[in-house]
Design a protein around this ligand. Structure first.
Ligand SMILES: Cc1cc2nc3c(=O)[nH]c(=O)nc-3n(C[C@H](O)[C@H](O)[C@H](O)COP(=O)(O)OP(=O)(O)OC[C@H]3O[C@@H](n4cnc5c(N)ncnc54)[C@H](O)[C@@H]3O)c2cc1C
Length: 253
């Protein structure tokens, strides 16, 4: 969980942490979390932040689930009110927090998501089977969209292989920079394709009162793919500045 307004100070061999984080995926199931907290009073921006590992099961931490449009609560608000963790539970040195968070984000946006391509293939296979079954596979425009989805998944795979054979020095390779933007946009479009292939049947729930089918859940959840882990706009800024070496966008101080 990253929030530069969260503060921590060392007291008697422990970090004492105060702050709050909206939208922490799976906090309700986690034993530990990481917190990026301001540990150098008076520091600004990305400086003076530290990367702390914090046990979740303690009185100083309160987790409040947020119900989503999919009717699941897989992410949460987390409140840290005098939460504590041992002084040793710091990754790197005090003040290294931003650098470590960026390396972690590189992993989150890149190779950590490779496995999900199998899930994507499985979802696409289901959509193709439905299209064959309900006649949508005969529609020329729908056939083109399905073929585009299939091609997109192949491109994703080849880009992943490039990523795996890219620099292993911890820097974010250029191939990895386009990956989050690419898969998130592809998956969002797959959700829309699923609903269009289903046609009017996409409106029918699995059961009352709000039991969604797998593809309805896919459609609704994929609306968030282009947000979490860095929005599409932020990914485009990263590509422009770091991969294409275009001028940095103006920073508001
Ligand atoms: C399902 C889900 C799970 C999440 N899980 C976690 C989690 O586990 N841990 C965690 O820390 N966070 C989590 N998040 C939060 C997520 O990382 C943020 O929502 C995301 O990074 C966007 O930040 P924001 O919400 O502050 O939007 P903002 O930064 O306020 O952006 C709002 C809009 O403005 C655009 N924008 C902002 N800055 C720029 C710019 N410089 N140039 C162009 N456009 C810009 C954005 O693209 C967006 O459209 C989760 C979010 C979701 C939806």
């Amino acid at each position: 969980m990253a929030n530069v307004k969260t503060r921590a100070q060392l007291e008697g061999g422990q970090w004492r942490i105060n702050g709050q984080k909206v939208w922490t995926s799976l906090a309700h199931e986690s034993d530990w979390c990481f917190v990026i907290a301001r540990t150098e009073p008076g520091s600004v921006g990305h400086k003076g932040l530290s990367f702390l590992l914090v046990p979740m099961d303690q009185p100083g931490i309160q987790v409040r689930p947020i119900e989503q449009i999919t009717a699941t609560c897989e992410f949460n608000e987390v409140f840290l009110d005098d939460a504590v963790t041992d002084a040793d539970n710091i990754v790197g040195q005090p003040g290294d927090g931003w650098k470590i968070a960026m390396a972690l984000l590189g992993f989150e946006r890149g190779v950590s998501t490779l496995g999900q391509q199998m899930q994507f293939q499985n979802e696409l296979d289901q959509i193709i089977a439905i299209a064959r079954d309900n006649g949508q596979a005969q529609d020329p425009v729908m056939r083109q969209r399905i073929a585009d989805a299939w091609i997109g998944l192949r491109i994703m795979r080849y880009n992943s292989l490039r990523m795996l054979s890219g620099p292993q020095d911890g820097s974010l390779s250029k191939a990895a920079m386009i990956y989050k933007l690419y898969w998130a946009s592809w998956h969002r479009d797959l959700g829309k394709l699923a609903m269009d292939v289903l046609g009017p049947a996409s409106e029918i729930l699995e059961g009352a009162p709000y039991d969604l089918t797998r593809l309805q859940s896919l459609y609704l959840f994929t609306r968030s793919d282009t947000l979490y882990g860095g929005t599409n706009e932020i990914q485009r800024n990263i590509i422009a500045e770091r991969a294409l070496e275009m001028p940095r966008e103006p920073r508001i101080r």
